[in-house]
Every structure is written in C-alpha cells, then in structure tokens.
Write a protein that binds this ligand. Structure first.
Ligand code: ADP
Ligand code: MG
Length: 699
C-alpha cells in the first residue's frame, strides 16, 4: 500500500472523469447506468462470465457452449438464402463447425478464405448442417505466433448504448488499479466478517471482476461464488441495518397510549355472531399490548385470505376511538375501501361510532364536508384509499393507521403515512395487514422494521377449495357446471385478467365474455364488474351480487382482494397461466367462504410451458397460502412475491433474496453486531449500498 502524503479522496469521491479516457460524453453515458464514481464502477458487477482462457476442441462443443475454438478454414462460400450469407467451415482435426455471417464486407470475405487459421469465440448452436456460430468474434492466427489466451475469465458487464464490453473492461481495470491505494474502506467490522466467514471486500471485488482461469465458471454464473456472496452479504447487511435504524428511530418517538378503557371491544365482540379464532385472539392480544405503550406500534399482521384480519383491525380501531383518538384504514383499491367501509359501518354503527369513507371519487362539496368531519373529529374511523393521506386532509387526532394489503405499499408510503399522522409531537400507531404470507426469514429481512403477528388459522366451518387446472378447450363443460351451480342457488365468479384486448389478442375481454356467457346461459343472471367502470356502477353490481340478485359475476382482477360473498362457491379464472401464484391464490380466496364445498377452475391456453404447469399444480395441490408462497419463491424468485417491483421495497444490486436466502440468518446477526458498533461505519455502508430514496433511518 502506498504511503500517501496528502489525504487521497476515497473512491466514492473520485468521479469517473478522473479515469484516463473518460470525458464528459462518456461520463454522461455511464451516468445512465448509475455509474458516477470509481466506487460505482467497482460495484458494477458482471452479469456473467465467459471462459476464453483455453482453446476448446471443436469436436467437444455442445449446443449452447460459448467457447474459444481454433482451426483452419476449409470452405468459404457466399450462399443466397433469401439474402446473401457468408458460410465458412472451420475444422481442427477433432471436428468442424460452420461460421455464419449475415453482414460482411468484401475485405472480410477475402480474409476468411480457405486455408486461413482462425481463433473464434461465440455460441455454438444447431444449424442446418451441424453446429454453427453466428457472427463469431474472430482473429487470424499467424503461423508460429499464437496469440496468448486470456489470463482471467472474461466478465460480461451490463452495458448501455454507447459503452461496449471492451470499454467496460478497460474502465473496470482502471478502477481495480485504484483499489490498491486504500481508497475503498471495508465498513463491515472485522469481527463481523470473521463470524460470517467472509473475505475482505478488496479480495472479493478483484475476484468477481477478474476471476482466475481456475475459477468455477458454473458457480460464478449462478452467482453463488463465495466472492459474490461476500458482496451480497454486505448489501443485505446494509438494507437490514437501514430498516433496523428506521425502527430504532421510531422507537424513540412518542405515541398516544391506547389502553382498554371502556367496554366497546367487548360489546363489538358480542355482536359479531362468531368467536374469534385462537390465532385471531393471539394477534389481537399482541396488538392490544402494543397499543398500551407510549411508543408507536409498528406491527404487521400476516394472514391468509379469509383468515379474518379485518375484524382484528376493527378491534384496534375501537381502542383508538375509546381513547378519544381517530383511526384511519387505508386500502389499495376503491372497491376494497368500499367493502371495508360497509363492514366497519356494520360493526361500528350499533356502537354509536361514526365511520366515513374517503376515496378519489369524493370531490367537490361532498369531499369538503368529509374533510371537515375528519378535521373536527366527527368521523372517528376514516376508511379510504391513499386519498386519505393527500394534501388537504387533516385529522383531529389520529391515533392509529391501519394499512390493508401491505404488499401494494412500500416502505416509502409507510414512512409518509407516519409523518402525516404526526401531531403534537406524537406519531400514530401503525398496523399493516397482508394476505401475502412470506417465509419467516424473508419477512424478517423485508420487514425488519416491523413486528410480526401471524394469523395461521381459518375460521371454523370452511371447506377447502378444490382446484382444477384445465385447458381452455374444456370451456363448454365448465359453462355447464356454472349453469348447474347457479340453478341450485349458488353463485359463481368468472375472472378475466383484462377488460380489453389491447394487451394481447389472446386475452379474453371481460365484456365479450359476459356477452358470450349471457348467450350461452339464458337462465342465469349475469353481472359485469371491471376496473374502468364508474365507481357507483361497480358498487351497484357488487351489491347486487352480494344480495344474490346476480348469479354469475364476470370480473377482471378488481375482485382480487377482500371481496366477501359467502354464497359464491365456484370460480373460473381464465388465462391463469399468465398470472402470479400469489394473485391466483388471492382470487381463489373469494370462494370457500361459506360452508358449501367450493371449487376453482384454472383455465389455461395451450401449450403450457413446463414451468407454468408446475406453478399451476402448486395451487391444485395446496390451499395453504404459506405453502403457495414458499413454492412460488422456489419457482420464480421473490421480486414478484414481495411486490418489490411496484414499490421499490428493496432494490438490490448484487444480492437476490431467494438465491441468497441462506445468508439471511447471518445477515441478521451481523446487523445486530454492527448496530452496537460505531455509527459512522454504518452511515458509510448505507451510503454505499442503499439508495437515497430508500433510506429513512437516521444514524
Ligand atoms: P381477510 O383476512 O381475508 O381480510 P376477512 O377479515 O375479510 O378476511 O374475513 C373473511 C370472512 O370471515 C368475513 O366474512 C368475516 O366476517 C369472517 N370471519 C372473520 N373471523 C371469523 C371467525 N372467527 N369466525 C367466523 N367467521 C369469521
Ligand atoms: Mg382482507
């Protein structure tokens, strides 16, 4: 290491323009990749690796291999296959392969003439006459002067227009050269690294950018090499610390304690007409204990669809009301907000409590009236969409915020809600409810700022939904089944993923489907509900379905969450192969709410890819949301499951929650250790890994 006289700027302070050959134009292009500093370049990791360190016998190539080969051109000809194509046959004694060029100059053609020795790199694929490589990289081999093979595996970087692989390699070479002067600190404490048996940051970075020829290519390409895991570990650690800091900060905040102080909860329970399940009672006890404290509750309730989360939320709302505070219930869609409003009205009105609904649909005078009642405290329990937390909406004294279907909201929204509720130096308690059960270690990572209650029991008397997976060609049969069900007084859903065909001609339009079904089933009363209908109309249809004056409800996925019609016992879902497992499970949760045996038919368009078949089979085989989530995770990775794409809940650069899930227990331990250490190190670690927009925890 050099003994610097003046303090050198650290690598995160050195702009890319400090590197040789990087001017403003290239810097602007690099900025598109999020690369601003030398440190950014070092954390810009290869997508995959190629082995160009050795020459492979042509005869040993298999379909899909990307390899370096060397041989002599035996044949070179221009063929006409609708267009001009240059075909060269390259042989090395072990076998031959065809090189295919669609674009070539006369000079190239001359250079690739018979007898020339070539070294090529490319992907071997099956062609009309055995294996071939389309547009290989190639160079002439001059007799006696064999060009040296590469010294390390070749990294392939994520690039963008204007930056080529070659340039990216030169840039990372320059960045790696700066590693030696101590400009990149290892912020993870040595004892933490030792406990997790991890190498130094510098060694890991050198390895992932320039793996030696002996490196395990498969392991690297799977992202599971120890050097890669070292970086994933550090990234997950940074995120974990960020969420824990958020939680620590919240624990410093004050909240209004909401202890039991009347018989409201008992009276509500008495009126319900059912007993809480054991799991509901446990969750409620945990919530009630949190609410008594003068620190804001931050609790997540996980429970499968139909497990009865709403009642538990209502009890919490009553605690707020009996303490003279307001509660706000936020749902992700208008339809769900409306349904919650109906339920809450039903439970609260007999107790003399006023609930009010506020969504984006309330405008003008009606909205101003609602806003006034919220500000005066006349509305004690407010139910709505995120309209509840928009500009102009003020609460008299917000004691509790309930967020339903949490996976649609990210940590950003959660934090904003918290700030909105701040009054007189006190924060509201927060209860978030999700029907997307996720495995425990994952929950502890993604929701590290929350305590978790699990409702792992369904109300008694439910019969499990029988799920079948059928090709679309069996439609006629299914329509007959619907007819039979409706004639015997039961109700059914027919779910179409989209309302028009703009997305794809193959998608069945809900409107068209409703018409077709109406023609096929003259004796059945059919209703249609979709997301683009005016709210009032939607409401009417849903109410009619609930009251039983509609037998068959044709719907888009607007009914996905929360809609509750116990008499509906049959559901048909079209194009099921295109939907996520979590979403299908949610939809299926709309049936099986009464005591009649319910079924769910998943229709798919043939042919079904093997992975899609496996996925649909998961739903056929289990009704347990946790099991669905676990299998979903196995089959497709956690991004979709956690809704990270919509919410930016956790934007990971190197780590992959699924692939690296075995690191999570170590990450949690390491975070606990780091949190006891110096704050400055954590701040630096967060700056390195956690996007500005995702950082809330103040160090
Ligand atoms: P989710 O957890 O999916 O939000 P809900 O709260 O909508 O479930 O409850 C589903 C249905 O079950 C509702 O009709 C609700 O009234 C009913 N329910 C809730 N808890 C119980 C219980 N303990 N016993 C019987 N029915 C219940
Ligand atoms: Mg619900």
């Amino acid at each position: 290491m050099s003994s610097a006289t003046a303090p050198q700027p650290t690598l995160d302070e050195r702009p890319v323009t400090s590197l040789r050959g990087v001017g403003p134009a290239l810097a602007a292009t690099l900025a598109k990749l999020g690369l601003h500093t030398v440190q950014d370049l070092l954390f810009h990791l290869p997508l995959r690796y190629e082995d160009r360190t050795r020459v492979v016998p042509i005869g040993s190539l298999r379909h899909g291999d990307r390899a370096v080969i060397e041989g002599e051109v035996q044949l070179s000809e221009v063929a006409f296959r609708g267009r001009r194509v240059l075909l060269c046959r390259l042989a090395d004694g072990s076998g031959y392969i065809t090189l295919r060029f669609f674009h070539f100059s006369g000079a190239q053609q001359a250079a690739l003439s018979r007898g020339t020795r070539l070294r090529c790199f490319g992907e071997a694929r099956p062609g009309p006459a055995g294996l071939e490589i389309v547009h290989p990289e190639y160079r002439r081999v001059i007799a006696g002067v064999t060009p040296p093979a590469d010294e390390s595996l070749t990294p392939v970087y994520p690039t963008t227009e204007g930056v080529q692989q070659g340039r990216m390699r030169v840039l990372t070479d320059l960045a790696l050269a700066q590693l030696a002067d101590g400009g990149l600190r290892d912020w993870v404490a040595p004892d933490v690294l030792a406990a997790a048996r991890m190498t130094s940051l510098e060694a890991a970075l050198r390895y992932v950018h320039r793996p030696p020829p002996s490196a395990d290519l498969e392991l690297l390409n799977a992202g599971r090499h120890p050097a890669q895991r070292r970086l994933a570990f550090e990234e997950l650690l940074a995120h974990q610390i960020s969420l824990r800091l958020l939680r620590e900060a919240a624990d410093e905040d004050a909240a209004w304690p909401l202890p039991a102080c009347s018989d409201l909860v008992a009276r509500c329970l008495g009126e319900l007409g059912f007993e809480l399940t054991g799991a509901q009672q446990r969750a409620w006890a945990e919530i009630a204990a949190d609410l008594e404290r003068d620190r804001p509750m931050m609790r997540l309730v996980q429970g499968d669809v139909g497990s009865g989360k709403t009642v538990v939320a209502a009890l919490a709302a009553l605690r707020a009301v009996e303490n003279g505070a307001q509660a706000a219930v936020m749902a992700p869609t208008e339809l769900l907000a409306e349904q919650h409003a109906r339920n809450f009205h039903g439970w609260l009105e007999p107790l003399g409590i006023r609930a009010g609904l506020l969504t984006g649909r309330h405008t003008g005078r009606a909205r101003r009236a609602l806003e006034q009642d919220l500000a005066s405290g006349a509305i004690q329990v407010a139910i709505g969409t995120h309209a509840l937390f928009q500009e102009g909406v003020e609460f008299a004294r917000l004691g509790l915020v309930i967020v339903d279907e949490q996976h649609r909201f990210g940590v950003h929204q959660r934090v904003r809600l918290r700030e909105k509720g701040l009054a007189e130096g006190r924060y509201p308690h927060q209860l978030v409810m999700t029907a997307t059960p996720i495995p425990r270690t994952l929950a502890m990572t993604a929701y590290a700022d929350l305590d978790v209650s699990v409702i792992d029991e369904l109300p008694p008397g439910r019969t499990p939904v029988r799920t079948v997976v059928l090709p679309e060609t069996r439609r006629v049969e299914i329509v007959q089944r619907i007819e039979a069900a409706c004639q015997s007084g039961r109700q059914a859903y027919w779910v179409c993923p989209l309302i028009d065909e703009s997305d794809s001609v193959r998608q069945q339009a809900a409107e068209e489907t409703a018409e077709t079904l109406a023609a096929a089933l003259p004796g059945v009363r059919i209703g249609l509900v979709h997301g683009r209908m005016p709210g009032r109309r939607k409401d009417e249809v849903m109410t009619a379905f609930k009251q039983g004056s509609i037998d068959l409800l044709v719907a888009t996925t607007v009914i996905e969450v929360g809609v509750d019609v116990p008499n509906a016992s049959l559901m048909v879902i079209e194009n099921a192969e295109r939907m996520g497992l979590a979403q299908l499970h949610q939809l299926r949760g709309r049936v099986g709410r009464g005591s009649v045996e319910s079924s769910c038919v998943l229709l798919y368009q043939s042919p079904l890819a093997p992975i899609a078949r496996q996925r649909l089979a998961v739903l056929r085989d289990t009704n347990d949301g946790f099991e669905v989530a676990r299998r979903d995770l196995e089959l497709r990775g956690p991004g979709e499951l956690l809704g990270t794409r919509q919410t930016g809940l956790m934007q990971l650069r190197v780590a992959d929650l699924l692939r690296d899930s075995d690191l999570l227990p170590e990450v949690q331990q390491a975070a606990a250790l780091m949190l006891r250490g110096p704050r400055s190190n954590m701040e630096a670690l967060l700056r390195r890994w956690v996007g500005q927009g995702e950082r809330f925890g103040k160090v």
